[in-house]
Design a protein around this ligand. Structure first.
Ligand SMILES: Cc1ncc(COP(=O)(O)O)c(C=O)c1O
Length: 389
């Protein structure tokens, strides 16, 4: 017990990290699941990027930028317990999933199973393949918070090619039992694709222990790197089998051979790459991921359980309906509260210097490890006052 406490993120440590984000000078930021805030370290990294561009021009690719891309891959691989050769970069989760979706064959197994609580860009990839005969089936949530394993069991069979779903639901913060979904999927000879946008940086992730086939994530939110850099993990063994039809010259085995007559794909995960990467986010993505590694995802997970429990306890005391799991171990960093007019509420909170977000019928609160208990107490007090006024 004493060991856990010594290991925990203290209020002082949280406050020290909080001071690294200038946004807190004018608002209490509790919206990391939409966009992680910019740290001073990442601001400096942007200057470093601009200097390389200014100093070198095109040779910056060799002198600075290509090595930076390798560094970014290495950081993400470390965060998910993968080999670097199993990881490549993409521009968004949508582009990552579209090249992944293009690499599978659907003629004998037409069904792709998603969850009805998934972010729309996940099922859209396969709904767009109607011409190829693909049918998307939705595992349905009974309670609007999580999707029971039984709902997947009803849909996954020998006609299923893929299960493609979220690690953590953006709508509720519920963590899915990915290992159990992987076992079910594999027992029917299908593959599992997981969108981990809301898990990496929130708690420890190990793609090998989860036994996923493909995993995507990115630096926009919890990894504090801004828009423009995501990652695709494809497990070794499956990599060589997959031939993405959505592709680009960065996917070639030797892109600088400029051999337009032959498409020879890279042997590693780079076979899923498309075109020229967005370099500013490679810089900020590295500083963001370094901060997460420095703090340690295990400690972040513990801190987020503490902060989200504090929000939920306060919300329940004040009569809000909570649309996130009760069990802290089943929860990522997101808490959803039912709200009659969430848009107006979020605006009123912004006017009182609290930044949160909304989704239809819900206010969404997402602390990170740098938030203090004063941040969440202040928010909940203001939220209750606004509702009662
Ligand atoms: C789980 C999840 N996946 C994907 C996305 C969107 O991905 P992108 O805009 O990178 O395609 C979001 C929201 O930003 C999300 O919450």
């Amino acid at each position: 017990m004493a060991e856990t406490v010594a290991h925990s993120i203290s209020e002082e440590e949280a406050a020290r990290y909080r001071a690294e984000f200038p946004i807190f000078d004018h608002t209490t930021y509790l919206n990391s699941c939409s966009l992680g805030p910019l740290s001073r370290r990442s601001s400096e990294a942007l200057h470093e990027y601009a200097s390389a561009w200014s100093d070198f021009g095109a040779p910056a690719w060799w002198a600075r930028w290509m090595p930076k891309i390798d560094e970014a891959k290495e950081r993400f691989a470390r965060l998910i317990g993968a080999g670097v050769h199993e990881v490549t970069i993409a521009h968004s989760i949508s582009s990552a999933l579209s090249s992944v979706a293009s690499a599978f064959e659907y003629s004998t197994r037409r069904r792709v199973v998603c969850a009805d609580l998934d972010f729309p860009t996940i099922p859209y990839q396969w709904m767009a393949k109607e011409r190829e005969g693909v049918e998307v089936a939705f595992a349905r949530s009974g309670d609007g918070i999580r999707v029971p394993l039984a709902a997947y069991k009803q849909l996954v069979d020998r006609n299923t090619s893929l299960v493609a779903t979220s690690h953590v639901f953006y709508t509720t913060g519920a963590i899915q039992p990915i290992r159990a979904i992987a076992d079910l999927t594999h027992s029917h000879g299908a593959r599992l694709i997981v969108d981990g946008y809301h898990s990496v940086g929130v708690f420890p992730v190990n793609v090998k222990a989860l036994d996923v086939d493909v995993f995507v994530g990115g630096v926009l939110k919890w990894l504090l790197g801004g828009p423009g850099l995501t990652f695709i993990y494809v497990r070794e063994g499956l990599l060589e089998e997959l031939q993405p039809a959505v592709t680009g010259w960065f996917a070639a085995d030797d892109q600088f051979a400029f051999d337009a007559s032959h498409l020879v794909r890279a042997r590693d995960a780079d076979r899923f790459q498309l075109g020229t990467p967005a370099m500013p986010t490679v810089y900020t993505g590295i500083t963001g991921m370094d901060m997460i590694l420095e703090v340690d995802p295990e400690r972040i997970g513990e801190r987020l359980r503490l902060l989200t429990t504090r929000i939920i306890d306060s919300a329940e005391r004040d009569g809000f309906t909570v649309l996130s799991p009760d069990d802290p171990m089943e929860r990522g960093g997101i808490v959803m509260l039912e709200s009659a007019n969430p848009r107006q509420m979020v605006k009123a909170l912004a006017a009182r210097h609290f930044t949160v977000d909304y989704r239809p019928g819900r206010v969404r609160i997402s602390p990170h490890f740098y938030n203090t208990t004063d941040d969440v107490d202040g928010l909940m007090e203001t939220l209750t006052k606004l509702r009662d006024d």
